[in-house]
Ligand binder design. Structure first.
Ligand code: PLP
Length: 287
């Protein structure tokens, strides 16, 4: 059996899954999304992603398309129908289909809800983490509400393409003061020369990563210190280690920035240990 997608209340073959041409997500990026890592068929950091989903929707004056309980059942059913245990599951909710007009439809329309499942090869992810990845830097050019997880991702897509063309895995946005904000699809971290973990604070214009949030708890349990203070690409190059976090990457060591090595071009012990602790915890708490 092939891939199956969920579209507006129905499970359909992935190749036949369509939304309307006047979907506001398609025309205005008037839509939000969430992504959960799935371990052994269960949703990792489920609560955190649901809380952020509700917040993203509410920031755009949209309700939840169904209750959390109902959504959990649909997400689980999508996983079951796709017959995968290790995956990423993507949920998108748009304001719905309406004649093209920038302002919201006067009478609310039915939201468009889409779910897709992508299998993950855990062995390949571990091999990638064992080698580490490169990042490139790029000027921050996104809108002022990066805390909302909207599908308006063109700057992120362009940044990611720049990374790919440079043979890197991720792009770090750098703000006008020269500080790294976050990655195109991940949060950015370093272990500075004093051994402190550094990552951008969530008052900055970044997405409040759920993996970041859980990792902060893991770090606290380890008795390590975190300084939610900005760092520059130069700080990253001088750092002991660097890494990124996200539902897709989990905790992934960064071994170069703009082609220059971090930690001699090798994953460091802190990032490597945090990766395994994060995965352990995510598996233990997945639902
Ligand atoms: C811009 C951006 N920052 C950070 C993240 C990491 O967030 P999370 O850990 O919730 O996946 C993502 C994930 O897609 C992202 O798109």
């Amino acid at each position: 059996m092939g891939r199956v997608a969920y579209v507006n209340g129905r499970f359909v073959p992935h190749a036949e899954a369509y939304v309307h041409i006047e979907d506001r997500g398609y025309q205005f990026a008037d839509a939000i999304y969430e992504v959960w890592a799935v371990f052994d068929g269960k949703l990792a950091d489920a609560e955190g992603h649901f809380v952020r989903l509700e917040r993203s929707l509410s920031e755009l004056s949209m309700p939840m398309p169904m209750s959390r309980a109902a959504l959990t059942l649909v997400l689980k059913e999508a996983l079951r129908r796709n017959r995968v245990r290790e995956a990423l599951i993507y949920l998108q909710v748009s304001r719905g289909v309406a004649p093209r007009d920038h302002a919201f439809p006067k009478t609310p329309v039915r939201q468009a809800v889409v779910i897709t499942v992508s299998p993950v090869d855990r062995a390949a992810s571990e091999a990638r983490a064992a080698k580490g990845v490169g990042v490139v830097t790029t000027p921050e050019n996104r809108w002022g509400r990066c805390d909302i997880k909207t599908v308006g991702l063109l700057p992120n897509a362009l940044a990611k393409q720049k990374a790919r063309e440079a043979g890197a895995a991720e792009a770090w946005f750098v703000d006008e003061l020269g500080f790294v904000t976050e990655g195109a699809s991940s949060n950015a971290w370093i272990v500075d020369r004093e051994g402190r973990l550094r990552t951008r604070d969530t008052n900055a214009n970044i997405l409040r990563g759920i993996t970041r949030k859980t990792l902060l708890q893991v770090i606290a349990n380890e008795g390590l210190t975190v300084d939610e203070r900005p760092f520059t690409p130069a700080d990253a190059l001088e750092a002991k280690e660097a890494f990124i976090t996200g539902a897709g990457t989990l905790v992934l060591p960064v071994v170069s920035v703009d082609g220059k090595p971090v930690n001699g071009g090798k994953p460091g012990p802190v990032a490597t240990r945090l990766r395994s602790l994060y995965i352990e915890r995510a598996k233990a708490t997945a639902i």
